[in-house]
Ligand binder design. Structure first.
Ligand code: UD1
Ligand code: CA
Length: 450
């Protein structure tokens, strides 16, 4: 069966006490909305609809930045979860398959859980994701009758007997798309909150003789974020899970609690990550690479056998080929560093290509920005860039060429040439001694005068 995702993200999240809408608060460097969208991706959805409301434009932008094919619809007033889902109806016109409702503030639903729901929908009309709550608090309660789900009762509307139920509603619901909108069309707001509850579709379906059931998951998966404290707990839960996953995959983490990952961080077997490293989104590290302490990586690729850091910064577009060396206080941005090349100390290499086995001396900088535009620097294979060379882009250094330390290189250098662009050294014998004498005499005179 084809799948469509409906992701509810219209709420303000008052308890976040923030100008930023709740679903855009980041977990592992990415808006929690993106985590929810990614969770549904395992079902290979044919369509995804994000329901935005508060700060709709910002939510739209974030959703489209992640996936340009999603539809973002607006719920101008938040009249309840059923009303929110209803806003997706026109975007799903003509869609024939399973609609799966997810919440933008519930980022950790696992692929296997959604697959179980999809499977259960083969035998049932409505499938709800439930969990046994350690503290059921204000969650909606699932009223079961054997395997069948009779209805969902919101906490506010529940009797004492219903409040004693510990099987709770996660909010995730699966239903055939046409049936879902049909059921929603008769939901009213005659309840304690005067909201249109999505949860009411269960009782409506049952009254029509249709079937409803529950698939359960671990409470940790349904963890929702309502406050900054929840956000911190979600971040910690994410990091703990990711560290365990990576170590099980054969990655060495010397001090796991000090290393932070993004949702999409990929690290190969037998890679070593030293303490205090941060992986922002978009990083892949191949087998056997070493990421040394205090490095920060984002949007980059590190190949087999490469060493990064300590104290290195890899920014988006940094591509390190096999056996490259990126040392301390080196920043690499939008640059391809070919096999075996070394940038070992105190350099900035941006908008550049560096050839195989090139050696970039300490303090070298690609001057890529002229204040208005960015320009490219090419450094050929086996080139030797002397320490403290300023490469004023656009500029190209040929294969096997050298630059003298302290040079400011403004024009292209041909292969195998040596380029020097610094003032020639002048030596004046005895001059240093004379200078000292003059200066000391001046100081003595100044001290007598005071
Ligand atoms: C909802 C469920 C409850 C469940 C709980 C799990 C209903 C009526 N209740 O309650 O059974 O236990 O989630 O967390 O569905 N939203 C919109 N537009 C709206 C209303 C909500 O987009 O008009 C979004 C919110 O931004 C949020 C999600 O839907 O992401 C859930 O809404 P919320 O108000 O938090 O529902 P709960 O009261 O927590
Ligand atoms: Ca909630």
């Amino acid at each position: 069966m084809k799948t469509a995702l409906i992701i509810l993200a219209a709420g303000k999240g008052t308890r976040m006490n923030s100008d930023l809408p709740k679903v855009l608060h980041p977990i592992a460097g990415e808006p929690m909305l993106i985590h929810a969208m990614a969770a549904g991706e395992s079902l290979m959805p044919e369509r995804t609809v994000v329901v935005a409301g508060h700060a709709a434009e910002a939510v739209r932008k974030a959703a489209l930045a992640y996936d340009g094919t999603v539809a973002v619809v607006e719920q101008p007033e938040q009249l309840g979860t059923a009303h929110a889902v209803q806003q997706a109806e026109s975007a799903l016109a003509g869609f024939d398959g399973m609609a799966l409702v997810l919440y933008g503030d519930t980022p950790f639903i696992q692929a296997e859980t959604l697959e179980k729901m999809q499977a259960a929908l083969a035998d049932h009309d409505v499938v709800v994701l439930g969990f046994e709550a350690a503290d059921p608090a204000r969650y909606g309660r699932l009223v079961m009758h054997g395997e069948a789900l009779d209805k969902i009762v919101e906490f506010k509307d529940a009797s004492d007997k219903e409040r004693a139920i510990t099987l709770c509603n996660s909010g995730v619901i699966a239903c055939r798309s046409d049936l879902l909108f049909d059921l929603i069309s008769v939901v009213d707001n005659d309840n304690a909150s005067q909201e249109y509850y999505l949860t009411d579709i269960v009782a409506i379906a049952r009254a029509r003789g249709l079937s409803a059931t529950v698939v359960t998951c671990d409470e940790a998966e349904t963890l929702g974020v309502n406050s900054r404290a929840d956000l911190a707990a979600a971040e910690a839960a994410f990091q703990t899970r990711k560290r365990i996953e990576l170590m099980a995959d054969g990655v060495t983490l010397m001090a796991p609690d000090t290393v932070f990952f993004a949702r999409d961080t990929v690290i190969g077997r037998d890679a070593v990550v030293e303490p205090n490293v941060i992986f922002a989104p978009g990083v892949s590290v191949e087998s056997g690479a070493t990421i040394r302490a205090f490095s920060h990586l984002e949007g980059c690729h590190v190949s087999r056998g490469a060493t990064v850091g300590p104290y290195a910064r890899l920014r988006p577009g940094a591509e390190l080929a096999e056996d490259t060396r990126i040392g301390n206080f080196v920043e690499i941005k939008n640059a391809q560093i070919a096999e075996g090349a070394k940038v070992n100390h105190l350099s900035y290499i941006g908008d550049a290509t560096v050839g195989a086995a090139a050696n970039i001396g300490a303090g070298t900088i690609t001057c890529n920005y002229d204040g208005v535009m960015k320009h490219h620097t090419h450094i050929g294979a086996r080139a030797f860039i002397g320490s403290n060379t300023m490469l004023v882009a656009p500029v190209s250094i040929g294969d096997g060429a050298m630059t003298g330390s302290g040079s400011v290189i403004t024009s292209d250098v041909e292969p195998d040439a040596l380029a020097l662009s610094r003032a020639p050294q002048v030596e004046k014998p005895g001059m240093a001694r004379k200078m000292f004498e003059i200066l000391k005499a001046k100081r003595a005179k100044a001290q007598r005068g005071s």
